[in-house]
Design a protein around this ligand. Sequence first.
Ligand SMILES: Cc1cc2nc3c(=O)[nH]c(=O)nc-3n(C[C@H](O)[C@H](O)[C@H](O)COP(=O)(O)O)c2cc1C
Length: 203
Amino acid sequence: MRLLHLDSSILGANSASRQLSAAAVERFRKQVPGLEVAYRDLAAAPLSHLSGEHLAAGQGATPESPAIQKDLAASQAVLEEFLAADIVVIGAPMYNFTLPSQLKAWIDRIVVAGKTFRYGAGGAEGLAGSKHVVVAVSRGGFYGAGTPAAAMEHLETYLRGVFGFIGVTNLEIIVAEGLMVGAEQREKAMQGALQTATSLRAA
Ligand SMILES: Cc1cc2nc3c(=O)[nH]c(=O)nc-3n(C[C@H](O)[C@H](O)[C@H](O)COP(=O)(O)O)c2cc1C
């Protein structure tokens, strides 16, 4: 079994989502003998934004510049790594009400027609349905149903939408929130989320 572990926080050793994603991976390592783990740090080694040249090359145009050839190779590697994974664990902090642009750049490389979704007579059909995806969300405030900021929550909702689009039904989202409210709330939220992470079950 293969696991792909991704982090996207820019806060290095102080990152809450990195701590949670690491705990989830550790849990799966203990559960699945011989688990193969690939790690990608999207903040330390960011992918570039999609470009017109990139899309044109994907549609058969001959890539002109060495830079775009390198970018296409990176894209291919990222997509293959995702397709090969049975389990995907993602550290996803909330920045400005949504996901870090580094994580969005990764998503732009894996939502690919003919690979992770296709259009048929009935509309879009996801092709990545066999994967177990776990997302560790960390956020400074509170965004639960009924809270004043609920309408500003565009991280969890976006990730549910995009993974649903590519067919993932086994999606688990672990949330540690209120992390900027105070030390006591941070401790409580992290303990709760860590407990959830260490109770995960490989499907
Ligand atoms: C650039 C930046 C933007 C942030 N924007 C938000 C936000 O919109 N809403 C929120 O609740 N917290 C926000 N925060 C707080 C983070 O979500 C919080 O610090 C969380 O722990 C980040 O996860 P990390 O520690 O894994 O990076 C922001 C933090 C940073 C650094």
